[in-house]
Design a protein around this ligand. Structure first.
Ligand SMILES: [Ca+2]
Ligand SMILES: [Ca+2]
Ligand SMILES: [Ca+2]
Length: 593
């Protein structure tokens, strides 16, 4: 999360680790993959003893909130709706002297995006964009009421709305961010040959990534001495050998298992022949690079682009039916004064690939985790992040709830993945949208956030009813960037690109698709979609499963963590997918037969 404050945090963390004589991690960034050979000289047991996730520094800086000065989120009390609010405002307008409430009535009448108890109200007096750059006030989190940072006439409307008995809350429309840690792995991605554009010939024909990976796996050229062993293939997909998160779980590392494994290897062995029409998983993110060769095109369903501001959208228009990801690169100063230039993340494609958007056993790239899910790409994040107003509409739409001004989703999702977030406890407007999605039958999975802080201070991770996922490394220990605490439901592999605990000479990031190839990333963003994949296996066995039943099944099969591996709380522990006959889902699966 917080794309813009990741870099200083990472720098501090690296510095702190270097002081703990794990200086090879700092060298990783400086020297590329060569430092991983040094890392490989530690035994796995030695590495496991160095679990110090609690050593991650607390955030020293106050994170910024980027607030849209032109819109607010109004959440009404139970039983109220926009019409009852409008009537109340009109009554107060008649009784007031001087027409001071005219603007309030007009704002309510023009309110959009209404769905039940939620309303988006436009505010006068400011712009979101000036001269092609964002013009958002940036407000330090916890700096008090946002109305002090918006135009006086807008603040007057907010104050008047808050006085209406129908109104439960008036909240700022904030920016949220992808929960991806700034990626240090780009240096060795060149080794994989993935900086090149994808080949355009047939999907099953030989492709550069196959040859590149042959040069890496098992050769010792990169990994140095003492590899644990070349893992047996998870599938026909050559890069699946780098998908350590899918290995089975065991206390001691071996060729086909890791302490950080989740059991998908065995699961897939039993489910290779069932790749037809799995559960529908919506990915609420940056969109999808639909031209990627490894995408399972017949399992990508129509999505939607919910980004309303073109500065964010980067596609020349507002909302539309095309969720393709045109990139989210920014120039310096685009998002706020002093914001750095950033490269495109292709975050949504990466997340979708982890959840199962790729083709399995096609002898290309990476493999599938569990069942062959169908993917609904829903675009909400672009340049600078994404607004609450767009994310909340997207969440409802993904679940099949109607959203004003948008055609209904013909393929309501059973699982909704949200690898995004921002500072602060769950806003009422988010909770209302989550409640609507749950009521529609969806299971909502959210990344816990990457601020190394209590997940109760991040949203939507902190919203009631979502499955909140912290990130772990190949040892099954919480990753140092991961949020933690009592709000976490389960831990899942999000990677740690500063470690090589599986001893293959590659950083232990999570490999997935990006524009032009594949990339290791790390973050709770990468952990959440693997939990979505686990939920998909549960839902495949029992389609009517509720979100709470899914959460209980995840908790029942998770492997509890020691206080050393997870000192500040990661819920039930490391998530596991188990074949239905052996899992806590057995009775659930059985009842569906
Ligand atoms: Ca658009
Ligand atoms: Ca593949
Ligand atoms: Ca590795």
């Amino acid at each position: 999360m917080r794309r813009f404050d990741r870099r200083p945090l990472r720098d501090r963390r690296l510095h702190g680790r270097a002081l703990k004589s794990v200086g090879i991690l700092a060298a990783t960034l400086a020297a590329g993959q060569g430092s991983f050979a040094a890392k490989a000289q530690e035994s796995f047991a030695e590495a496991s003893r160095q679990i110090v996730p609690g050593a991650a520094p607390a955030l020293a800086t106050t994170p910024l909130r980027l607030v849209d000065p032109t819109r607010v989120l109004v959440t009404l009390r139970s039983g109220e709706n926009r019409e009852s609010l409008r009537i109340e405002a009109a009554r107060r307008q008649r009784e007031s002297a001087g027409g001071s409430l005219d603007a309030v009535v007009a704002a309510i009448e023009a309110g959009t995006g209404s769905s039940g108890r939620s309303l988006v109200v436009a505010l006068p007096g400011s712009a979101r964009e000036q001269n092609g750059r964002a013009a958002f006030p940036s407000v330090p989190a916890g700096a008090g009421d946002f109305v002090t940072n918006i135009a006086p006439e807008a603040a007057a409307i907010v104050t008047a709305l808050r006085q209406m008995p129908q109104v439960a809350s008036v909240e700022p429309n904030m920016m949220r961010f992808a929960n991806q840690v700034a990626n240090p792995a780009d240096g060795f991605n060149a080794l994989l040959g993935i900086d090149r554009p994808p080949p355009t010939d047939g999907i099953r024909s030989p492709s550069p990534d196959v040859g590149a990976i042959d040069a890496i796996i098992g050769s010792g050229r990169v990994g140095g001495p003492a590899n644990i062993g070349t893992p047996p293939a998870l599938s026909d997909d050559p890069l699946s050998q780098l998908q350590w998160q899918l290995l089975d779980n065991a206390p001691q590392a071996a060729a086909d298992r890791l302490p950080g494994g989740t059991g998908f290897r065995t699961y897939r062995a039993a489910h290779r022949q069932t790749d037809t029409a799995g559960p529908i998983v919506a990915i609420i993110d940056t969109g999808l690079v639909a031209s990627h060769q490894d995408l399972a095109r017949n399992r990508i369903l129509p999505g939607y682009d919910f980004i309303s501001l073109d500065l964010v959208a980067n596609d020349g228009d507002g909302r539309d039916s095309d969720p393709a990801d045109p990139g989210d690169a920014t120039t310096a100063g685009l998002c706020f004064t002093g914001s750095p230039a950033t490269a495109s993340t292709w975050h949504g494609s990466h997340v979708a690939g982890i959840a199962g958007a790729v083709e399995g056993d096609n002898r290309l790239g990476i493999g599938l985790p569990g069942v062959a899910v169908r993917i609904v790409p829903v675009r909400v994040l672009g340049r600078c992040g994404g607004f609450d107003t767009d994310i909340i509409d997207a969440l409802r739409w993904a679940a099949g709830v109607s959203v004003a001004g948008v055609p209904s989703n013909p393929n309501p999702a059973k699982v909704i993945n949200m690898s995004l977030g921002g500072p602060g406890a769950c806003p009422a407007a988010y909770q209302a949208a989550v409640d609507d999605a749950l009521a529609a039958g969806a299971v909502v999975v959210a990344a816990a956030g990457n601020s190394a802080e209590d997940a109760r201070q991040s949203s939507p991770a902190s919203c009631a009813g979502v499955i909140t996922v912290a990130a772990s490394d190949a040892r099954g220990a919480i990753s140092p960037y991961s949020n933690f605490g009592p709000r976490i439901d389960v831990l899942a592999p999000g990677g740690n690109t500063q470690r090589d605990d599986d001893r293959n000479g590659q950083p232990d990031g999570i490999l997935s698709i990006v524009s032009g190839g594949y990339e290791f990333k790390e973050g709770t963003s990468m952990a959440a979609p693997l939990v979505s994949a686990v939920v998909a296996t549960l839902v495949a066995a029992r389609p009517a499963m509720t979100a709470e039943e899914a959460r209980q099944a995840l908790v029942a099969t998770a492997l509890s963590r020691s206080s050393e591996a997870c000192p500040r709380g990661c819920g039930a522990g490391l998530v596991q997918v188990l074949p239905p006959v052996a899992s806590a889902g057995r009775s659930l699966a059985g009842s569906a037969r």
